[in-house]
Design a protein around this ligand. Structure first.
Ligand code: C2E
Ligand code: CA
Ligand code: CA
Length: 742
């Protein structure tokens, strides 16, 4: 389950990242598209600008050529009038013209058909080899590329027109401009302050440029510059376009900056081309700001989106953890729930297929009473302590969980009985409360069966252990299934027997060994069936203990005993105390003593005639309760007898704390042992100590004379055993009770 939550979380994270990525890419493409649209606007604008500029330049140059042509035409008229066009005439006429037109500067010169050119100030120069001269001689008005003046040595542009007489070109007239003059003549308007223009010739040479000449250390050839900057393709494109006199547009990169350029031929002027360029950053600086803002907003949105999703995932994780906690953590014990146990055990069994495992199921026989006596909070603490206590002693692969109520289950690697007994024995709780545990062990043999079934089997074994005194752990065997069924049937039969009044006390006398006088008796339950069969308590008491029926049974036997004593009192019998057995389960019933007293009062029996027999094992671990319990019994005048002393949990020490009246030495004590000497010493010590503490000693299971002799030797007076009398029915016992001896 944990893994599932985790992988869902991971998937969600991946999805978030993918969505964010897709969003980013989509926006990126959108932005690119917008940028393209803007670019195409720039392209249109730039093309328009270059076209307009070209028109302006063309008209300006044309105007210049036309005005030069007008001069030429005037000269032609004069020549025609002269009827002669030799060099001398030309010279004279030109000088005359210059004198008459003082506005004509020294930058004009005239040439005859053999290229002999002369200025108004008398300088001469041969321009025969110049291209502009040739073109003009061919009748073509033209502007030269940048040429070096043979007069001044400076760079100049030369406007040249033909001088025609009678349809024959007889010479040319030139007007030259410095680059600066040319620049202002063209008065190229810029696209923006960031834009620039070039005029180049067909060979790519930059004739005029709005750019500062020092701008770069680039050459004066545009094609070369383009190549150098890595724009080979564009260089080839513009060269091709220019070669076919076509306008165009190109996108280049210079110093990492994208540059748009539109170019067009200046048709009127031979072999000139106008190029208008602008850096994209310049035209779209606002757009760039918008983009930056947009990307910023987008980043913020994505980050917010991420934060929201991550928060959501974190929230989900917490929720999942809570759910997991609810499903897997037991709120009472803070340990595993049964669900968690099933999941983990299945996992372990799968991972370690050849390792032996055991399922231990146990519950607390007296938990109901602990709860009643101490309250539910205390009960919860008991459950909590059990899990903590066990957990601290389990190995890594061992798991404990609470199934429900006081029912626990443990997966063990080591099914050694001593170890299990040890684990369970140590469950004495810090508050000193004794809990009685019945446990069942199921060695996992068949792993194909469900875990529930395995646990059921362990629980079946635990059930079988219940009510069997001093037996804590039972190992599962098939026969338990049957036993459980039988017990279930038996339980129903006992319930019916209680209703039918078939459970009655038999009485076994207690005798003074020295005088054979009757000093007391014990009421022992017998089941007398309708057909007169007598069933021994050994057969039904364990089931009663297991099912809690014992509480009712004890009260039935007790009440019948009271009734008997009451009858005997009325008949004038000098009654001796009769002891009644009470299960350890009463200890935790706060109303128990009250119930006893009520009954005693109802039957008007002196409390001193009733001895409450408590089994020795009840004491262990419950000192405080026992002390309260016994003092309360004493307060009401009842006697207290400690049954089965020496059978198991004996502690002589407890005698000093618990004010009992009678100590019943377990019949096991009289059995022959390998070291009778030692047994006798213990036996007589107990008797001596009891005598000194003013506690009467009753020896159980006295079956022969040796037993009696031993008793006498050790100073024990009271015997209960077959040697003197067996438990007998009311009628038989009434006789002995009356006579006061067996
Ligand atoms: P217990 O309280 O120790 O009772 C004494 C048992 O020892 C009785 O067995 C009695 O018959 C048996 N006994 C007496 N003398 C001798 C002897 O010389 N030799 C041998 N071998 N046994 C002797 P019983 O009546 O079968 O009772 C068995 C146990 O059942 C009792 O042991 C007691 O723990 C329980 N029990 C009997 N009646 C009740 C009852 O009303 N309430 C509760 N809670 N337990 C009862
Ligand atoms: Ca007894
Ligand atoms: Ca006993």
């Amino acid at each position: 389950m944990k893994r599932t939550f985790k992988s869902i979380n991971n998937i969600s994270k991946v999805i978030t990242i993918v969505i964010a990525f897709i969003l980013f890419v989509a926006v990126f493409y959108l932005m690119n598209h917008v940028q393209d649209l803007l670019n195409s606007d720039v392209k249109i604008n730039l093309t328009e600008v270059v076209t307009q500029n070209k028109d302006v330049i063309t008209s300006k140059l044309k105007l210049e050529l036309n005005s030069l042509q007008m001069v030429a035409d005037q000269m032609s008229d004069n020549l025609r009038k002269e009827g002669n066009a030799d060099e001398g005439t030309l010279d004279r006429l030109f000088l005359e013209y210059c004198e008459g037109n003082s506005n004509i500067s020294g930058s004009m010169y005239i040439s005859n058909d053999s290229g002999e050119a002369f200025f108004a100030d008398g300088r001469t120069v041969n321009i025969y080899g110049r291209k502009y001269f040739r073109l003009a001689m061919d009748g073509v008005q033209n502007v030269s590329d940048r040429v070096v003046s043979r007069v001044t040595g400076n760079e100049i542009f030369v406007f040249s027109v033909p001088l025609t007489v009678n349809n024959k070109v007889v010479g040319t007239i030139q007007h030259f401009y410095t680059p600066e003059e040319m620049y202002s003549l063209c008065s190229i308007s810029l696209f923006s302050s960031q834009g620039y223009m070039y005029i180049i010739n067909g060979g790519g040479y930059i004739l005029l440029s709005t750019q500062d000449r020092d701008y770069t250390n680039e050459s004066d050839n545009l094609y070369r510059n383009l190549y150098a900057a890595g724009n080979q393709q564009q260089a080839a494109q513009i060269e091709t376009d220019i070669s076919i006199n076509s306008a165009g547009f190109m996108e280049t990169v210079r110093n990492g900056e994208r540059i748009f350029s539109a170019y067009t031929p200046i048709e009127e002027i031979h072999d000139w081309y106008l190029i208008s360029s602008v850096a994209t950053s310049a035209v779209s600086s606002n757009a760039t700001k918008v983009f930056k803002l947009f990307y910023f907003i987008l980043s913020v949105v994505i980050i917010l989106f991420g934060i929201i999703i991550l928060n959501f995932l974190a929230y989900k994780k917490v929720q999942s953890a809570k759910l997991e906690r609810i499903a897997f953590v037991d709120p009472v014990t803070q340990g595993n729930t049964y669900n968690k146990f099933v999941v983990d055990v299945a996992d372990l069994l799968e991972k370690q297929p050849s390792k032996p495992f055991y399922i231990l199921s146990f519950d607390i026989d007296n938990f109901k009473y602990v709860n009643n006596y101490y309250g539910f909070d205390f009960g919860d603490r008991v459950l909590y302590q059990i899990v903590q206590n066990m957990n601290s002693r389990l190995k890594d692969n061992e798991i404990i969980a609470r199934i429900s109520g006081d029912h626990f289950v443990v997966l063990l690697e080591n099914g050694d009985k001593d170890r299990i007994n040890n684990l369970l024995d140590k469950l004495v709780l810090e508050d000193g409360v004794m809990i009685y545990i019945s446990a069942g062990l199921y060695p996992v043999t068949d792993r194909t069966q469900s875990i529930n079934l395995m646990v059921d089997k362990a629980s079946t074994a635990a059930n079988a252990a219940k009510g069997i005194f001093h037996k804590q752990v039972e190992i599962y065997s098939e026969k338990f299934e049957q036993i459980i069924m039988q017990n279930e049937q038996l339980k129903r039969k006992i319930e019916q027997a209680l209703l039918d009044d078939e459970l009655v006390p038999f009485y076994q006398p207690k005798v003074d060994v020295n005088t054979s006088k009757l000093v007391g008796a014990e009421a022992l339950a017998r089941w007398v069936t309708k057909d007169g069969n007598l069933i021994s308590p050994a057969e039904f008491i364990p089931v009663c203990e297991k099912t809690g029926l014992i509480v009712e049974l004890d009260m039935v036997i007790f009440e019948k005993t009271l009734k008997f004593i009451s009858k005997c009192i009325k008949e004038g019998t000098a009654c001796v105390p009769i002891s009644v057995n009470f299960s350890r389960l009463h200890l935790f019933d706060k109303k128990f003593i009250n119930k006893l007293i009520q009954l005693i009062k109802r039957y008007k029996v002196p409390p001193g005639l009733i001895e409450v027999e408590l089994t020795e094992s009840i004491i262990f671990g419950n000192m405080n309760i026992i002390a309260d319990f016994t003092s309360s019994l004493h307060k009401h005048g009842l006697l207290i007898s400690m049954d089965d002393f020496g059978s198991g949990y004996s502690s002589l020490n407890m005698l000093k704390d618990i004010p009992i009246d009678v100590l019943k030495i377990d019949r096991e004590f009289l059995k022959e042992t390998s070291d009778n000497q030692r047994r006798n010493i213990i036996f007589s010590s107990i008797a001596q100590m009891a005598n000194r503490l003013n506690i009467k000693v009753v020896v159980e299971g006295v079956e022969n004379n040796e037993n009696v002799e031993l008793m006498k030797k050790c100073g024990c007076d009271i015997a209960q055993g077959y040697y003197f009398a067996r438990p007998m029915n009311e009628n038989e016992f009434q006789q002995i009770y009356k006579e006061g001896r067996v």
